[in-house]
Design a protein around this ligand. Structure first.
Ligand code: AMP
Ligand code: ZN
Length: 466
């Protein structure tokens, strides 16, 4: 039985979807104002492992992850560059998906953008205004925390004496813990400002929290199974999502809440504002295989903090290479015909260890240990020449089962690099066909810089490394 640490109840609970075999899950996505850093990607990798394991268990899954494509930072930056917010976010949305692909993150089934769901947000705000859980002040609309007595049930923060009424509030999404103030649902926007939407309660733009209430309920219904995100979203973001959604519908919003712990660096949270962040691009430019980062990010269970160092990244890369070598050796080995049932029994046991660990609130470090035990056992059996042909296909099948969740046996770094080089060579051929010799020379120089020598032969272009 799959069990989760539900941060709503603060208990380990059996996972029981609301409707049969169907799981509806919402994970808070990136704010696309910049490149995501590998701390952000630790949370998204946790989401991917969760997604893959739910599918592994045979659930039919609807997984929604939003893109926050409007907030103060985006609006300010767009205004500074004198471009629209769409123009401002477009390259970062592309970059996000590119990075996600490199990390082997499966795409969510639906990836809604906040700016395309303003009508749904307005509708919730209307309901809250009508039922007295929201009020207008100076043209903006605020959630009335005092009208939602369960406020605080997710974060377990006590708010007595802290909640201020209608007249006092802070006009920002970001505020300090235990300084709970009524939060903005809709912020007044001046006619002169480029970014704004018309609403029955005036021209404005949505607060951050209302975006996720609107997009999750639109695609998953008023009550759904799992809501996940990084631990820093628990308060105020998720607390506020609950208040708005349950305040509007009167129904439970999400049954299970899962929060991923931080990626730290030198014992501080990795974050752009502290300037201690690395993007995936930074890491790849240093020559690392993105799968090594993926491995590192989930090697520690999602609910434990992980400290990033280049030392442990190197360790992850070595491990990945060892795993790839192992698989290749097994595939290429000359084996006797037949079957070794003892060995198959042990290998099946490792898969069952993996499942037990993953069922235990996604304990990925114990689950990975099961894979390493499998590799050790099969290596020993190979050395003793007691692996037979039928065992090979069985073991490869079991490795595929592990990898349907881990996603680390993808193409090796060499294969990825080879594919990139071949793409460039193809582009150079195309440039030459179009008599664009400047571009073709440019590509040749670029390849030369990477130590790639091209040879034009009568059978086409050959390449080799210096
Ligand atoms: P943002 O793009 O700022 O909305 O954040 C995207 C996701 O990354 C959220 O779920 C955050 O909780 C998460 N996050 C931000 N910093 C870290 C970190 N250092 N470690 C793990 N997750 C993080
Ligand atoms: Zn959210």
């Amino acid at each position: 039985m799959l069990r989760f640490h539900n941060t709503l109840t603060n208990k380990i609970e059996d996972f029981q979807p609301l409707a049969g075999n169907e799981v509806r899950m919402y994970i808070c996505g990136p704010t696309v104002w910049n490149f995501a850093h590998i701390g952000n990607f630790r949370t998204f990798t946790f989401g991917d492992i969760l997604r893959r394991y739910l599918k592994y268990k045979g659930y039919s899954l609807t997984h929604v992850m939003n893109l926050t494509d409007v907030d103060d930072r985006i609006i300010n930056e767009a205004a500074k560059q004198n471009i629209s917010i769409d123009e401002m976010t477009a390259p970062f949305i592309d970059a996000f998906w590119e990075d996600a692909d490199a990390l082997g993150l499966e795409r969510p089934d639906i990836a809604p953008r906040a700016t395309e769901h303003i009508a749904e947000m307005i509708e919730i705000i209307q309901t809250l205004l009508e039922n007295g859980k929201a009020y207008e002040s100076d043209g903006s609309i605020y959630f009335r925390i005092s009208a939602f007595p369960e406020y605080g049930k997710l974060s377990k923060i006590k708010f007595e004496g802290n909640i201020v009424g209608g007249s006092e509030r802070v006009d920002t999404d970001k505020y300090e813990k235990e300084d709970a103030r009524d939060f903005a649902l809709w912020k007044l926007v001046d006619e002169s400002e480029a970014t704004g939407w018309d609403a029955p309660f005036g021209r404005g733009r949505p607060g951050w929290h209302i975006e996720c209430s609107a997009m999750s309920m639109k695609y998953l219904g008023e009550t759904f199974d799992i809501h996940a995100g990084g631990i820093d979203l628990q308060f105020p973001h998720h607390e506020n999502e609950i208040a708005q959604s349950e305040g509007a519908t009167g129904k439970l919003f999400s049954k299970y809440w899962l929060h991923g712990e931080f990626l730290k660096i030198e014992n501080e949270k990795m974050s752009k504002s502290l300037g201690n962040d690395f993007t995936l691009r930074d890491i790849i430019n240093r020559g690392f295989n993105p799968l090594a980062i993926r491995y590192l990010l989930f090697s520690v269970p999602y609910d434990k903090q992980l400290n990033f160092t280049f030392e442990n990244l190197k360790g992850a890369e070595t491990t990945i290479e060892r795993l790839h070598d192992f698989k290749k050796r097994l595939q290429d080995a000359h084996l006797p015909d037949g079957i070794n049932t003892d060995l198959q029994e042990k290998v099946r046991g490792f898969l069952s260890d993996f499942e037990t660990a993953m069922d235990d609130n996604l304990n990925t470090s114990v689950a990975l240990a099961a894979l390493h035990n499998l590799v050790r056992e099969v290596n020993t059996a190979l050395a003793h020449e007691v692996v037979c042909t039928e065992d090979r296909s069985f073991i490869l099948h079991i490795i595929d089962k592990f990898d349907s969740v881990f996603g680390i046996f993808g193409e090796s770094k060499e294969e990825i690099l080879d594919a990139e080089i071949e793409k460039l060579i193809e582009e150079r051929q195309e440039a030459r066909r179009n008599r664009d010799f400047a571009r073709s020379d440019e590509i040749r120089d670029q390849l030369a810089e990477q130590g790639i020598i091209l040879e034009d032969t009568k059978d086409g272009v050959r390449w080799k490394r210096k």
